[in-house]
Design a protein around this ligand. Structure first.
Ligand SMILES: NC(=O)c1ccc[n+]([C@@H]2O[C@H](COP(=O)([O-])OP(=O)(O)OC[C@H]3O[C@@H](n4cnc5c(N)ncnc54)[C@H](OP(=O)(O)O)[C@@H]3O)[C@@H](O)[C@H]2O)c1
Length: 263
């Protein structure tokens, strides 16, 4: 769809990929309902966009709370009179081996990354159905939702859950002209690992990867062209494809790589 004047709900908009996406979508003419937990930081993002002549409001929301996730949809629709696009971007990680995973942390990750997005989708769909153009739901997953990696199994499981939900949803909403896309970033330079739950320190601190602006541009392209699945780099696509075609070989390659990287 043409992004101009589209009403977009964007979660996790206060930093990282979400912050970069807010800038890119605002410049494309979207009207933004921005969500994250830290109200002051979020309001500062919305205020900066408004100062540049864009339309953006801040709706502080804990996506780990399904009632708040649903309220986000209602508030956005009340403010703008419709919803065109819902982007489930907010998420947290958990860095622990499967055996060390704390149940409370695994549950929190599922609440923020899966149950919150589910509640937001359920609340937003009636508005999308009432929209003459239907609407678009974009879930930000990860390549590790398609090929899990050791040490972050709890996070991979939450992303895989969201991806499977999207697969069902896409077909369930076909007749209502509501489209569903999933974006699979690979490693992206944000503070995501520092924000992750879990006790393992591996992978925290500085990261190498693509800048968040590149993912933001891919999200804008997703609004324009509505592809089913979106990869950011050729490497990400090759990684997922090879994992599906030769899972045993990838197990061997990844275990060798991880042993070397942890020495
Ligand atoms: N960075 C990567 O390498 C990478 C790779 C693949 C996929 N991804 C995915 O890309 C998305 C964005 O990640 P990122 O790297 O930009 O992460 P980030 O820099 O840690 O930013 C996370 C954003 O989500 C918000 N958030 C966290 N918990 C929340 C909650 N309970 N309710 C509402 N908002 C919440 C944070 O704001 P508050 O703290 O104020 O709530 C922040 O705005 C995530 O879905 C992540 O899984 C990231």
């Amino acid at each position: 769809m043409n992004p101009y004047q589209r009403v977009v709900i964007l979660t996790g908009a206060s930093q990282g990929i979400g912050r970069a996406t807010a800038d890119v979508l605002a410049q494309a003419g979207c009207k933004l309902a921005l969500a994250a937990r830290q109200a002051e930081t979020l309001e500062a993002v919305a205020a900066a966009l408004r100062q540049d002549g864009h339309t953006a409001i801040a709706i502080p929301t804990d996506m780990g709370n399904p009632a708040q996730a649903a309220t986000l949809a209602h508030k956005a629709a009340a403010e703008f009179g419709k919803i065109d696009v819902v982007i489930n971007n907010a998420a947290i990680g958990v860095r622990d081996s499967v055996l060390e995973l704390q149940v409370a942390e695994a549950r929190r990750v599922m609440e923020v990354n899966y149950l919150g997005p589910l509640a937001l989708i359920q609340a937003a769909v009636p508005y999308l159905k009432a929209n003459p153009d239907g609407g678009l739901i974009i879930n930000i997953s990860s390549i590790v939702g398609r090929r899990a990696m050791p040490g972050i199994g709890g996070y991979c499981a939450s992303k895989a859950a969201l991806e499977k939900l999207a697969e069902s949803l896409r077909l369930e909403l076909l007749a209502d002209h509501i489209r569903v896309s999933t974006v699979y970033p690979g490693v992206t330079v944000t503070r995501f690992n520092d924000h992750s739950l879990g006790s393992s320190q591996h992978g925290r601190g500085r990261v190498q990867g693509v800048p968040p602006e590149r993912v933001a541009q891919a999200i804008l392209k997703t609004i324009r062209h509505e592809p089913r699945d979106v990869f950011i780099t050729l490497f990400d696509r090759a990684f997922v494809t090879a994992s599906a075609l030769w899972p045993g070989l990838m197990d061997k390659l990844l275990s060798g790589y991880l042993k070397r990287s942890r020495k």
